[in-house]
Design a protein around this ligand. Structure first.
Ligand SMILES: C[S@@+](CC[C@H](N)C(=O)[O-])C[C@H]1O[C@@H](n2cnc3c(N)ncnc32)[C@H](O)[C@@H]1O
Length: 282
């Protein structure tokens, strides 16, 4: 095999690959994003024994190789995340939503619908543990946190719960690090989330474009910083399906830049300062 890889992509292949990606996982690449494909996929050429990026894209579009498809989709996802991202969703979860929901129910189901490497669902779990100290009803309730993502590699990291020093430095207070983590590797500064918090979260591979109803009903859904990559129609369709998955009065969190209109018949919009949350209409 010639080891000088050809990184060019024909306009036709680019168009076909964009359509393929949007159909399989919702991500809209837009024009002039060849550089993104290049930076994320060239490292796969040797593994799939192709010498050009164009050939790799053609292979994923035309073959039914599910392994290749999953690896390519995984590589095309943007997985940026950190602890207690945007702060307000976790504050409002602890101060308002958990006290309200636990008054009504002794089993609470929370879904982190695009959990990346786990910081979001584990932040939720930490808030639950913190609030249990103030709310005896919460302590006696059962709280299930379901976390899902389309990316196998991110789910692997999330399930393992080990974070390097950079990840640990983003959004986590010294008190929370002390309370909810244990040292994993003294030399590298890696920590592992405690077993107690790990056990509160169950992870699943879920494509937001797939059948979501199998996940059952939830009291609270976090779907943050993923719908920005989707078309408006797809966003709307997914958020409407969340309305069907939430119990009446249940809450939905979107990312801070993912405000949307067209869902007023399903959700009451509650403006906070800062941020917006959505409550399913009864
Ligand atoms: C930018 S991260 C957001 C992580 C976290 N929710 C946060 O706000 O910090 C977006 C995640 O969405 C996932 N994703 C992209 N398309 C998806 C799809 N169709 N179904 C499920 N997850 C998807 C990606 O793998 C990625 O981990």
């Amino acid at each position: 095999m010639n080891n000088v890889a050809d990184w060019s992509v024909s306009p036709e292949t680019y168009r076909e690959f964009c359509a393929f990606l949007q159909e399989r996982c919702g991500i809209v690449l837009g024009a002039d994003k060849e550089y993104l494909i290049r930076s994320r996929l060239v490292s796969l050429l040797p593994q799939f024994r192709v010498v050009s990026l164009d050939a790799l894209l053609q292979k994923v579009i035309r073959s039914d190789n599910l392994t290749l498809e999953r690896i390519v989709i995984d590589a095309m996802t943007t997985n940026e995340t950190f602890w207690f991202r945007d702060v307000y969703p976790f504050e409002i979860l602890g101060s308002r939503i958990l006290p309200e929901v636990v008054r009504e129910r002794s089993r609470i189901r929370i879904w982190s619908a695009a959990c990346s490497s786990g910081q979001e669902p584990y932040s939720i779990a930490m808030v639950v543990r913190e609030q249990e100290k103030k709310l005896p009803e919460l302590k006696s309730a059962v709280v299930d946190i379901v976390a899902s993502d389309i990316s196998d590699s991110m789910l692997g990291i999330a399930q393992n719960g080990v974070y390097d020093s950079l990840a640990m430095s983003r959004g986590l207070s010294a008190e929370r690090r002390q309370e909810f983590f244990e040292v994993w590797d003294q030399d590298t500064g890696a920590f592992r989330i405690s077993e107690d918090i790990r056990k509160m979260v169950s992870f699943k591979r879920v494509n937001l474009l797939g059948n979501l109803l199998v996940l059952g009903k939830f009291d609270i859904i976090f779907c943050r910083n993923v719908l920005i990559y989707f078309s408006r129609e797809e966003k709307l369709r997914i958020v409407k399906s969340f309305a069907g998955m939430l119990r009446p009065g249940g809450y939905m969190f979107l990312g801070s830049s993912e405000f949307m209109t067209g869902i007023e018949d399903s959700f009451e919009m509650i403006r906070l300062n800062p941020g917006i949350i959505f409550r399913r209409l009864d």
